[in-house]
Design a binder for this molecule. Sequence first.
Ligand SMILES: *Cc1c(COP(=O)(O)O)cnc(C)c1O
Length: 365
Amino acid sequence: MRNNGIIARYRAHMPVSDDTRIISLNEGSTPLVPALALSAAIHPRLEIHLKYEGLNPTGSFKDRGMTMAITKAVEDKFEVVMCASTGNTSASAAAYSARAGIKCAVLIPEGKIAFGKLSQAMIHGATVIQVKGNFDDALNLVRKICHDYPVALVNSVNPYRIEGQKSGAFEIIDDFDGVAPDFQAMPVGNAGNITAYWKGYKEYHACGKSDALPRMLGFQAAGSAPIVLGHPVEKPQTFATAIRIGNPASWKQAVAARDESGGLIDMVTDDEIREAYKMLASSEGVFCEPASASSVAGLIKLSGQGFFDAVQPRTGDKIRVVCILTGHGLKDPDNAIACAEEPVTVEAREEAILEVLGYSVPAFV
Ligand SMILES: *Cc1c(COP(=O)(O)O)cnc(C)c1O
């Protein structure tokens, strides 16, 4: 079946009318990839699936929320939208605004966004403003300006973003024919996405499309873990720039998702994230950005603490976990190159290549 985007696919669950002009790039319907090698490596009783959100039109899950936010901004007659961004929101806002024919301004923390994301916002024609501060400073400025001027705010504090992003949960349930996974693992930054997934799971369950609710496992980077620590972090640090946020806008909703679902929000170090990032790429063939890998890093940490040993799966004999891989690895090529083996350089001769490959070179060559 042709994919016409998440609003068309889940229209009955979305705040649109017959007259709404839908601004879409046919986002969503992303693959749910079974991760056999990773499951075996982490815990013998785990059955891990990867929701590969990097395959959305601009390379991250932000497109699910942005189709809805830009559609409503146009419907409400806004001609300018604005956001603060660690990168992916600006890439998505710029692309959907270009498609809608409206103006887009993005505020990004100076020098702290991945190169691929910056290139997207620029090529789509957004006004890119680098702020000498962090994400939290940028979001405060955007909130003030959107309050005082006729500018639509398209950060995840915009409720339409959450409405769009909840479609990820619907897709997971649909792919499993109405059976909810035991757990969902995901990164937590500004906490809009964990809020959206939990809303989606609850809505689908309430209308009888899902047999149960998953337990939500959220992971912050150790240098940017306000929810775990219980207080805002003034100067958040982590190489996983998409979750480098010290004071999440949807803090309360994230805690509610955690507690209502019987889940947890924990933190993982940059080294643990880096390890999971490399493992995903080298053992599953799935290239995600560092922030996304914190979901898998979290599972490794929990498994090491014996967390899964006493868990009873709801169906079958495996504990089914879905990891949300929020963004594509190509967003951040600098970190990939920094984490991987350097290429070797040789003379343009067959023996030199064979030597690198470890084949013995015949004496007559
Ligand atoms: C935005 C983003 C996150 C964090 O999502 P929140 O809704 O802010 O918690 C994680 N990973 C990637 C790749 C992102 O772009």
